[in-house]
Design a protein around this ligand. Structure first.
Ligand code: HPA
Ligand code: ZN
Length: 350
């Protein structure tokens, strides 16, 4: 690397702004917030065996080559979660970190099939997570809601059964998403399940264009009728799609550190988020699976801004505004966050 390419720390005032400005997090898998220390603590509490001798050995195994190599470890890590208390503890640990990053609103993914397929009751998963969401609001003022993600490597029948099983807890989640191995599992596979979710009045989102092609983003929009695209960074392979996303302000929940760890981009300097922002898309910054990818949401902002020195206060403010716009929160609440944001920008960078 030549000296001109060495990432420089962002100026201190910008770093403070990135950390302290209010922001929404819209792409966070709660199972991906399970830190190795908590995996070991829960394994001991539940007497679950782990194939790693220590926290350090587990962390050392976090060297991924692609999405699947990550998913294999992510599902193995989640195997220590058995009780309602475990789900509460995992989510509470996330909220403590989110509060430190001034996340004021979080829409959190959870993967029920990863747990129900091991015999964990749906109630333990959802009630434990929902309890942590309520307490995060009471203690930190974070408004938090849950989005039930369906695993796309499993069948349509399994997805239908999962959605039906979750219906007694319908009041605890606001939407349905689609995650796991993308290639070979196009959005169309879940057309009927998503139609059912929409009928139930649920919001709908889907991972698309992370490892899969731009065409998956189009079918997520056209067939699943999703309101946001999770990742979506491969949209740049189709200029017509980029234009459409900008025109319709379809939000993309982008996860910079994840994209580098899973080799979607070779490094942060090569990441296309600044170009997408310039093209007028409603892009947002999120952490995806922060325990596995090396940073929570503020760290994602900091690392991206460090790698792209042309990004400054105006872009920081726009990204926070986008996170509110892209959220499923009520309009009046979004207006309050925008005012809070402008007060912080004025104080720290005015
Ligand atoms: N992509 C797909 N599925 C996932 C991811 C991701 O980044 N994280 C957790 N499940
Ligand atoms: Zn994701």
């Amino acid at each position: 690397m030549s000296p001109t390419q060495t990432p420089q720390p962002a100026p201190p005032a910008l770093r403070a702004l990135l950390r302290r400005m209010p922001k929404a997090e819209l792409h966070l898998h709660i199972e991906g917030s399970l830190e190795p220390e908590l995996i070991f603590a829960l394994a001991a509490r539940n007497r679950v065996g782990l194939p790693y001798p220590s926290v350090q050995a587990l962390r050392a195994a976090y060297a991924f080559t692609d999405l699947q190599s990550f998913l294999d470890l992510y599902y193995a890590g989640a195997s220590v979660l058995l009780t309602e208390q475990d789900f509460f503890d995992m989510a509470w640990a996330y909220f403590e970190r989110a509060a430190a990053d001034n996340v004021v609103h979080a829409e959190i993914f959870f993967d029920p099939q990863t747990h129900t397929d091991r015999g964990v009751p749906m109630a333990s998963v959802i009630v434990g997570l929902a309890h942590a969401c309520r307490r995060a609001h009471a203690e930190f003022g974070i408004s938090a809601s849950l989005i039930l993600c369906l695993l796309r490597h499993l069948s349509e029948d399994a997805a239908f059964a999962t959605l039906e099983q979750a219906l007694p807890f319908r009041h605890h989640f606001i939407g349905v998403g689609l995650d796991s191995s993308e290639r070979g599992h196009p959005p169309e596979k879940f057309a009927r399940v998503f139609a059912r979710a929409r009928e139930l009045g649920l919001h709908v989102v889907a991972h698309a264009g992370e490892e899969g092609p731009a065409a998956y983003i189009e079918t997520a929009l056209d067939v699943l009728k999703v309101e946001r695209i999770d990742h979506g960074v491969r949209c740049t392979e189709s200029p017509a799609l980029v234009q459409r996303l900008a025109r319709d302000r379809v939000p993309l929940t982008v996860c910079p550190l994840s994209n580098v760890k899973l080799r979607v981009f070779p490094d942060l300097a090569a990441h296309n988020l600044p170009a997408l922002l310039d093209a007028g898309l409603c892009v947002t910054i999120n952490s995806d699976d922060p325990a596995y990818f090396g940073g929570y949401v503020a760290q994602n902002y900091l690392a991206l801004f460090e790698a792209h020195p042309q990004l400054g206060v105006a872009q920081a403010r726009q990204l926070a505004l986008n996170s509110f716009e892209a959220s499923f929160a009520p309009e009046a609440q979004k207006a309050r966050w925008r005012r809070e944001l402008d007060a912080v920008v004025e104080r720290l960078a005015g």
